[in-house]
Structures are given as structure tokens and as C-alpha cells.
Ligand binder design. Structure first.
Ligand code: AHM
Ligand code: MG
Length: 335
């Protein structure tokens, strides 16, 4: 028993990545190192969040507005800088692009050797920061193609199928990290006494159907008729539960484990919805597809959408196959 416990305690993220790739190739080593650095970012952010009410300058707004036109919170800035700092030291990432930066950030000392780009949302669900509710970080890793050290993003304007790894960190009652490198979805829980993410569940499969639907129903009257019809269907059908936390990482994590559907469709005020393709929708779509679920705009798979700009938004319908199909049947008017 003791031996087994010890073995379990040694199942860290970086070890797991190496095992998945079963090789000592450069890219296996690279991905393992990258995942380890991202895990470190998660630990730093979790540490800060756990003391948020005790430390000056952690909660609240900076007074600035980001490229998306949203008010920037102190935690957004801190978390954005954490990712830059941990990846600077990796030597592997030459370029980072995030929700909080208008243009990609280049790490000159890592270019041109750094072969990877990290796309990320440092704090997902920012509105939960000041009220001590769940938050997330989302990440996506791609090979960097073409010229280094210029601010072009052309090579990033490629479908989500080009992602080589993706995942999220969930800052809840415990901190979890969920990742995929295209070989299933695996979750880890931060053991604060060890300071390590330890394997929780391997090869997570999303249920084919779940009872949860997750969207901001406050947008009901701005939604397309088809989405309104879907919502009416859910209300009438009975047996569904509405769950919407304001942080999609936690809402989608619930759906990954228990099934259901999360949606942020376009509406009359936000025709493309709210969520950003490259560092929000695509990484989560990679995770959910790898777990056997589906992610769509309503018209095509999220992972097939060809972006035209870095901060492009996209409608998102994501979750269990049957529940996503039900929403699609309303969009295509064949329910
Ligand atoms: P953020 O990254 O700026 O926090 O925005 C993304 C978040 C999602 O986590 C969440 O599902 C959504 O925005 C909530 O938006 P709304 O308040 O419009 O429902
Ligand atoms: Mg976000």
C-alpha cells in the first residue's frame, strides 16, 4: 500500500508527458519541459490567488483597458507576466500571445532557437476575481513557423488542429491542471504540501449526454431565434439544470466530468459571441474533442475555423456529443 501511495505521489505532469510520448526525442523533452513550466505558472498564480484578500494590489482594477476593450484587473496583469517570466527561462518559447497583449510578445534571447509559441488567457473569468470564486488559465502550444523576431502573426492564423498541446488550469477549492497532447485528456491536482501537480485521472471521457446547460441567459432577448427556441426546449423538457459560473474553465470542467453543454453563441450585440478563438475556444475544443466530445461554432468544428486575426472571436457550443447535436439541430432548424 505504501509503495503504491508513493508511486502515485510521483505521477507528476512532466513525467506523464514523457510517458505519453514514450520517447526521448527532442520534442518529447520539449513538451515535458513546457508543461512543467506552465504548471509552475499555475502554482504561482494559485499562490497569489490564495492570498488575494490579504495582499495589497491583488484585487481590483488597474484602471487600464485591454485590446478587447475590457477593464484590466490587477490579477490579469500579474498572471500575464507570470507566463512570460516562466517561459523566458525555458529557452523553448520565442513568442507568446495572450488576451492581455495587443501584439505577440517576443523573448529575444529565446529566438530563433525557441521553436514554440504559447497562446494563453492568463485569467479566464476575471469577474470572479474579487469575489473569491473559481477562475482559470487557458493555454495552447503551437510550433512557430516562419520568420522569428517580427510581429507578424501569419503562421498563427491557422486552424486549431495545428495545436500540439493545450489545456487549462482551474483555480477552485483545489488547483487542477488538465492537458492534452493529442493523446487523450489527463487531469492533475496540485498538492500544496508537495508543490506538485499529481495525476488525478487519465484518459478522461466526457459523457455522451449530461443534464447541464451552461450559458448566460441574461442575453436571451439578444440571442437568435434558434437559440431562444433551444432554451425554451430545455425549459419545457425538464430534467436539465442551468449552471453558469462566469468562468468557462470551471463550467467546461464540470461538463467534461459530468456531461452537458456550454454555449456562448453570437447575439445581436456580439455577433461573434465573446470568446476568443485562438486562446480560449480552440484549446478547450482540443480538450473536449480529445475526451470524445464536440466543439462547434454551430456551423463548423471550432478546430477547423481559419482565423483571420489574433484576437478573433467565435461563437462556441461545446460539450457532450448529444447535447451539442441538440443545439445544432435548433440552429439548422431540423429538431
Ligand atoms: P475573460 O477571459 O475576460 O474573463 O472572459 C471570458 C469569460 C468566460 O470565462 C465566461 O464564460 C464569459 O466570459 C462570461 O461572460 P458574460 O459575463 O458575458 O456571460
Ligand atoms: Mg478569457
Amino acid at each position: 500500500k505504501q509503495g503504491q501511495d508513493l508511486e502515485n505521489d510521483c505521477r507528476t505532469v512532466s513525467h506523464h508527458v514523457l510517458q505519453q510520448l514514450q520517447s526521448s526525442s527532442h520534442s518529447a523533452q520539449d513538451l515535458s519541459t513546457l508543461m512543467n513550466r506552465i504548471a509552475l505558472a499555475g502554482k504561482l498564480i494559485a499562490r497569489r490567488l490564495s492570498k488575494a484578500g490579504l495582499m495589497d494590489g491583488t484585487l481590483g482594477f488597474t484602471g487600464g483597458v485591454n485590446v478587447q476593450g475590457e477593464s484590466v484587473k490587477n490579477m490579469d496583469v500579474y498572471a500575464n507576466e507570470v507566463f512570460i517570466a516562466v517561459l523566458k527561462q525555458s529557452g523553448l518559447v520565442c513568442r507568446l500571445a495572450s488576451e492581455e497583449m495587443e501584439k505577440p510578445y517576443y523573448i529575444p534571447e529565446n529566438c530563433p532557437i525557441g521553436r514554440y509559441t504559447l497562446l494563453y488567457d492568463p485569467i479566464d473569468g476575471s469577474s470572479n476575481t474579487d469575489i473569491n470564486l473559481s477562475l482559470g488559465s487557458i493555454f495552447s502550444i503551437r510550433y512557430q513557423e516562419g520568420e522569428n523576431l517580427n510581429s507578424e502573426v501569419k503562421d498563427l492564423l491557422a486552424p486549431g488542429r495545428k495545436q500540439i498541446a493545450a489545456g487549462y488550469i482551474l483555480y477552485g477549492p483545489s488547483t487542477m491542471m488538465v492537458y492534452t497532447i493529442g493523446k487523450g485528456v489527463h487531469s492533475f491536482t496540485l498538492d500544496p504540501s508537495l508543490g506538485e501537480f499529481i495525476l488525478t485521472e487519465e484518459n478522461i471521457r466526457i459523457p455522451e449526454h449530461g443534464s447541464v446547460y451552461s450559458l448566460n441567459e441574461g442575453n436571451f432577448w439578444q440571442c437568435d431565434e434558434s437559440i431562444q427556441e433551444y432554451i425554451r426546449y430545455v425549459h419545457r423538457a425538464g430534467g436539465y439544470s442551468s449552471r453558469y459560473s462566469g468562468a468557462m474553465v470551471s463550467d467546461i470542467h464540470r461538463i467534461l466530468i459530468q456531461g452537458g453543454v456550454f454555449l456562448y453563441p453570437g447575439n445581436s450585440l456580439k455577433p461573434e459571441g465573446k470568446l476568443r478563438l485562438l486562446y480560449e475556444s480552440a484549446p478547450l475544443a482540443f480538450i473536449i474533442e480529445q475526451a470524445g466530445g464536440k466543439a462547434t461554432t454551430g456551423h463548423m468544428d471550432i478546430l477547423d475555423v481559419l482565423p483571420t486575426k489574433l484576437h478573433q472571436r467565435t461563437p462556441l457550443i461545446i460539450g457532450s456529443n448529444q447535447d451539442v447535436a441538440k443545439v445544432e439541430s435548433f440552429i439548422h432548424n431540423n429538431h
